[in-house]
Design a protein around this ligand. Structure first.
Ligand SMILES: C[S@@+](CC[C@H](N)C(=O)[O-])C[C@H]1O[C@@H](n2cnc3c(N)ncnc32)[C@H](O)[C@@H]1O
Length: 298
């Protein structure tokens, strides 16, 4: 397969990723991120987007955290950005309902995290959290928001994915689910900041073979099979990285957008659509290399 990286990169530049905070209302047993206290202000975010938009049109912003719905200014910020014609995606645990404060559901995609069955999800996130997120998703759909699901995959919930998809279909109706293997030990070992191991009993990492099976049989997985998931990614401490999992900075929030874009462009290497940290590849380098080899020989 031939990859058009130039066209892909051009598209990617229209899509920013912003992590305004690390703090969260939940204490998931397997979360890999440190809950540091830095928080971007609404002004910092708006100003960054504004300066960037003078160089490249901003079409989409994905917000993650921490838990963005815990930020008092968040709905107001989203409404301002939507007013400028920007499509907003929020990765959220779906346990804090600010839906009524969001003015334009048709311009917002809520990506809610669900880790399998109610019992399994709650064993990671706390009793009652699954039901809260399902109620949130149902309400969001009814109000006209776009909705998706992100689902962490471990050795324990891997055999139940079909069942999980069927159960979600019954509860919510048709919805895309992206499967996200639990960050492997190799990721945690290499990442200088997002390196919390948490609980492993009952939440074991997938093996390389299991990850490859997941790529083979599921439509949407993260990171994507062909990589290319790089983008200009602003972190809560004002550092700008080349992807949501990056740790080699492209620069800082006050650098010119052109500097950041040029840094990103010269970072992209590796397989498929490429990676902005090809030496890291989310700790999946060996797994991805073998997947490529197997799929090109089959
Ligand atoms: C760090 S969370 C922050 C957003 C929000 N608080 C939530 O739970 O969706 C971002 C995404 O990472 C996922 N995640 C958390 N711990 C993970 C792990 N150990 N491996 C893979 N994904 C993980 C979450 O399920 C969520 O979809």
């Amino acid at each position: 397969m031939k990859y058009n990286r130039t066209a892909h990169l051009k598209n990617v530049l229209h899509h920013l990723y912003i992590n305004p905070l690390e703090k969260c209302n939940l204490h998931c047993k397997i979360c890999y991120t440190k809950k540091t206290s830095s928080i971007l202000t609404e002004h910092q975010i708006f100003d960054f987007v504004d300066r960037y938009a003078k160089v490249v049109e901003v079409k989409v912003i994905t917000f993650c955290g921490g838990e963005v719905m815990a930020l008092s200014y968040f709905p107001k910020l989203v409404n301002r950005l939507v007013k400028r014609g920007i499509y907003i995606q929020c990765i959220t645990n779906g346990t804090i309902d600010r839906l009524k404060e969001l003015a334009n559901p048709g311009m917002i995609n809520l990506i809610v995290s669900l880790d399998g069955s109610r019992e399994y999800h709650d064993s990671n996130r706390g009793t009652g959290q699954y039901d809260k997120s399902i109620i949130f998703l149902k309400k969001a759909k009814k109000l006209g928001f776009h909705t998706e699901i992100f689902s962490i995959v471990t050795k324990q919930n891997l055999p139940n994915i079909d069942q999980f998809e069927a159960q979600i279909h019954d509860q919510i109706g048709p919805i895309d689910i992206t499967f996200h293997p639990r960050k492997p030990a190799e990721y945690l070992k290499q990442h200088p900041k997002s390196n919390i191991v948490g609980t492993t009993q009952g939440f074991d990492y997938l093996t390389g073979d299991e990850m490859r099976e997941l790529w083979k049989h599921r439509k949407k997985v993260f990171p994507p099979k062909e990589l290319g998931c790089y983008q200009v990614a602003l972190a809560s401490d004002g550092t700008v990285y080349g992807c949501c999992e990056g740790f080699e900075a492209l620069g800082k929030i006050d650098d010119t957008p052109l500097q950041l874009i040029n840094q990103l462009k010269c970072r992209i290497r590796g397989l498929g659509m490429g990676c902005s940290q090809p030496g890291f590849m989310c700790g999946l380098k060996e797994v991805i290399l073998l997947h490529k080899k197997q799929s090109s020989s089959s």
